[in-house]
Design a protein around this ligand. Structure first.
Ligand code: HEC
Ligand code: HEC
Ligand code: HEC
Length: 104
């Protein structure tokens, strides 16, 4: 009996952890830039009406995995990757807003 209770507690914990890991609510940290860490919020993007597929497609971020695509500003300024939207139309322009992404 005790074992059964323990098992269900463990199972519940697993589900709780899985729920916290729901990607749309995730935060990713890109900390390789000398300009300061870029914190990407899944929540903000979801609330702005951006779907998974708009970013997770073969031209942008094919894999749902951290660190598979190298993000360079040249690409962003050219309208690729984050720059697909951060161009002053769909979202704030990257060139004029360094510190809305990069935080020291
Ligand atoms: C605005 C762009 C964008 C949207 C929208 C987006 N993602 Fe992502 N996601 C990314 C980027 C960028 C990465 C990191 C990719 C890399 O480093 O190669 C990532 C990584 C991930 C990861 C891996 C996280 C880790 O810790 O390794 C998962 C899982 C994921 N996304 C799931 C989703 C799901 C599910 C949705 C829709 C609810 C979604 N993403 C919407 C941009 C986005
Ligand atoms: C499919 C479109 C799209 C892509 C791609 C995208 N974003 Fe966004 N992002 C948005 C929208 C829309 C908002 C909310 C509106 C706004 O703040 O202009 C937003 C908001 C943000 C914010 C919040 C800033 C603030 O001051 O509130 C950050 C930071 C951000 N994005 C970083 C990124 C990064 C880093 C990437 C690439 C990994 C990325 N975004 C890719 C559409 C996108
Ligand atoms: C939409 C979000 C966003 C904005 C706005 C932004 N960056 Fe970035 N930047 C990133 C991301 C994401 C990376 C990748 C960081 C990593 O890999 O850890 C990056 C990387 C960099 C790098 C290192 C790679 C490279 O291309 O040299 C530099 C330097 C940099 N940014 C400078 C800037 C400057 C200067 C501005 C403003 C003129 C700016 N960034 C605006 C998201 C942004």
């Amino acid at each position: 009996m005790r074992k059964g209770v323990l098992l269900s507690v463990v199972l519940l914990l697993c589900f709780a952890v899985a729920a916290i890991a729901v990607p749309s609510g995730r935060t990713l940290e890109f900390d390789k830039s000398p300009m300061g860490t870029v914190t990407f919020s899944g929540e903000i993007h979801k609330n702005a009406g951006v779907s998974c597929k708009e970013c997770h497609n073969k031209d942008m971020f094919p894999k749902m995995k951290m660190g598979t695509v190298e993000i360079k500003m040249d690409a962003i300024y050219a309208g690729q990757l984050c720059g697909k939207c951060h161009n002053g139309e769909r979202a704030f322009e990257a060139k004029a807003n360094c510190t809305r992404c990069h935080k020291k």
